[in-house]
Design a protein around this ligand. Structure first.
Ligand SMILES: *[C@@H]1O[C@H](CO)[C@@H](O)[C@H](O)[C@H]1NC(C)=O
Ligand SMILES: *[C@@H]1O[C@H](CO)[C@@H](O)[C@H](O)[C@H]1NC(C)=O
Ligand SMILES: *[C@@H]1O[C@H](CO)[C@@H](O)[C@H](O)[C@H]1NC(C)=O
Length: 629
């Protein structure tokens, strides 16, 4: 993007969105709310890390406090909770399952003896939705936002070789100032508090991802940004590196190919590295260089090294085409969830690898991280597997006046400027964490907002501008909801790709596929006429009870799911601007209780334990054939 264009974009970002929010500090003055963390910890010749996963002492706060009690002393409890896992389904205790408010996790940690002279941090990959880290009785980090990492420098608080008590307080409350938004209700009959929310997946909470203790040398690399390109046979890695304050030594770069050969070198904290005879990162055929950044002293001694797996590829949207490395790319795959039995949203490597195996089996080339950032491990795995990712913020459920009938969604009492500030922070944190992943080809900054609402444009325009100012190398999008039609939607011109979620034949025209086909065709043609942009159907699907069969092909049966997807595909194939199809959902998943959900949402093509429904076989046939074209 040209500099002038960039400046004019910045001009429309209100100053309240341009910097991280540092107010709301509690207890300790030096704890900055939502300070951006460093690069994902790793072990290298200069860095070490200790995994803190396992069973932690666990307790739920008994009072309905909106702030965590400042932590003092050991947790007195019989409960132990596994990390990583959501705590909700672990215990046979309805009070814990339904708990609204703070919970506490605690364990002892020893800082390795060898770390004297190093700088060290405690890092939580996520705490859903708000986290506070305490070292002994002292608050050292505070973070709001359930799906991005945060950390605390504990170097000055614990000596290497000593033990400390690590407590992480986690709060699951959603308000109109969090993402996703929600509202705590209190029963007039019993005083029981319940969390209401407007998104269709269960509000799992706790420490669902790993917790780490890690070390870096005093002079270290804090952050790396790479943006890749190529001309002819030459690959280019444009990079910027931030080093720790007080770093006096030089940055050196080596780029190493998959065979271990150094193919290019450079120096300095910013620059471009050229790679001759480049092997591009391609969908379905990943190739990753090791971009090795080091801090080296005058006698060539290496003080710090960070290894960043880097795929060289370009992403461009041109008219109605989505181009990866200059070639039209057609998305096939799913909106997914982090969701499994018992562990809720807890990260599980077995499920991660198995899910990618199933993506490969079914012929899918991509998924969307609906409706929140997934673990960093999954982004790295997608980089290695050549799976393409649409990376989404947790801005979901910003619609239907948030349960207040007749009211608008974007306004002072509901989704307001404070929500917008939280949204800006969610964008900042997601982009900061995932900017270097080759697999991530597009940012989705929201799912199904009421983009037809009067206030939608004022709300989204600065956020779209912020997204562009943070990353001009990737297209941006949001997933459009069915009631915000091409006529009533007020924001789609701000984005590069039209992502549409549609349920003709399910929520409307239920069971009437002929009607649904006409409605879908008319809808899509409206978007085609209005915009010269690629269209990706980011959601379409039908709830399907595994094992339910009908000869009449009625809703909820496996036959109906197949027939409905087939109808959609017939329509997609008739529209040139279609650039992809993501079925909702990869697998059945848990939702909040309600009369419309039987143990969760059943729109999975696989069951919750990853068994194929009939639709899986139908999709496999279609997508495998599309691949051959
Ligand atoms: C809420 O937390 C504050 C701060 O620790 C404490 O002073 C207060 O007693 C707590 N309130 C309740 C109802 O427990
Ligand atoms: C590096 O920073 C400069 C100055 O902010 C910016 O113009 C450039 O685009 C950045 N490059 C990368 C690869 O982020
Ligand atoms: C939100 O901010 C805009 C400008 O940034 C201002 O015009 C508007 O009054 C604010 N709305 C509320 C509800 O505070």
């Amino acid at each position: 993007m040209k500099l002038l264009a960039r400046l004019s974009l910045l001009a429309i970002i209100p100053s309240s969105l341009a910097v991280p929010t540092n107010d709301n500090q509690i207890a300790s003055r030096d704890v900055v709310l939502n300070a951006l963390p460093m690069l994902k910890p790793q072990r290298s010749l200069s860095r070490d890390l200790v995994n803190l996963d396992g069973l932690w002492k666990f307790s739920v706060a008994t009072s309905a406090n909106s702030t965590a009690q400042p932590w003092t002393g050991p947790l007195v409890t019989d409960l132990e909770c596994p990390v990583p896992a959501s705590y909700n389904d672990i215990f046979v205790d309805r009070a814990i399952h339904d708990h609204v408010g703070w919970v506490y996790y605690q364990r002892d940690v020893i800082v390795p003896k060898g770390w004297s002279g190093e700088q060290y941090f405690v890092r939580a990959e996520s705490a859903t939705h708000e986290g506070q880290i305490y070292v002994n009785d002292r608050l050292v980090a505070h973070h709001v936002g359930g799906y991005t990492p945060f950390e605390a420098d504990v170097t000055d608080l614990v000596t290497a070789g000593q033990q400390f008590r690590l407590t992480i307080a986690v709060n699951n409350i959603l308000t109109f100032e969090t993402l996703p938004p929600g509202k705590v209700m209190t029963s007039a009959l019993t005083g029981k508090r319940t969390q209401k929310y407007y998104h269709d997946f269960y509000n799992y909470a706790g420490l669902a991802r790993s917790v780490w203790l890690y070390s870096v040398p005093k002079q270290h690399i804090q952050d790396i940004t790479v943006v890749t390109d190529y001309k002819g046979n030459t690959g280019m890695i444009n990079y910027n590196i931030t080093v720790a304050k007080g770093t006096t030594r030089k940055v050196q770069i080596a780029v190493i190919d998959e065979s271990g050969k150094t193919v290019a070198e450079g120096s300095g904290a910013t620059g471009t590295i050229n790679i001759p005879s480049v092997k591009l990162w391609q969908p379905g055929a990943a190739y990753l260089y090791n971009f090795r950044a080091s801090i080296v002293d005058s006698s060539k001694k290496t003080l710090d090294t960070y290894n960043l797996a880097t795929g060289i590829r370009t992403v461009v949207v041109k008219n109605t085409q989505f181009l990866i490395n200059g070639k039209p790319f057609y998305f096939t795959g799913f909106g997914k969830h982090e969701d499994t039995n018992v562990r809720g949203k807890g990260h599980d490597q077995a499920y991660m690898v198995h899910d990618f195996q199933l993506l490969n089996w079914i012929g899918a080339n991509s998924f969307r991280t609906s409706h929140y950032p997934y673990t960093e491990e999954m982004m790295e795995y997608a980089d290695r597997r050549g799976i393409v990712v649409i990376d989404e913020t947790p801005a979901v459920g910003l619609n239907f006046g948030l349960g207040t009938p007749g009211s608008v969604t974007f306004g002072p009492d509901l989704i307001n400027n404070k929500t917008q500030a939280a949204h800006a922070q969610a964008i900042r944190e997601l982009f900061h964490r995932d900017k270097n992943h080759a697999s991530v080809v597009m940012w989705s900054i929201a799912n199904e907002p009421a983009s037809d609402d009067k206030g939608a444009r004022a709300y989204f325009e600065p956020l779209a501008a912020l997204a562009r100012s943070l990353d001009s190398s990737r297209p941006i999008t949001f997933a459009n909801v069915f009631f915000a039609t091409h006529v009533t939607d007020k924001i789609s011109d701000l984005f590069d790709v039209l992502c549409l979620n549609r349920y003709y034949g399910w929520y409307t025209e239920t069971g009437e596929l002929a009607d649904a086909e006409v409605a879908l065709t008319t809808d899509l043609q409206g978007w085609v006429k209005k915009y010269n942009k690629p269209i990706v159907m980011t959601e379409y699907g039908a709830d399907t009870v595994s094992g339910l069969h009908t000869v009449l092909g009625l809703p909820w049966s496996e036959e109906y799911q197949v027939a409905m997807l087939t109808m959609y595909h017939r329509v997609f194939d008739s529209i040139k601007a279609m650039a992809g199809e993501h079925v909702w959902n990869f697998a059945d998943f848990q939702t909040s209780m309600g009369t419309g959900r039987v143990d969760g949402n059943k729109k999975g093509v696989f069951t919750r334990d990853r068994r194929p429904k009939a639709a899986a076989h139908a999709l496999k046939e279609r997508w495998t054939n599309l691949k051959k074209k």
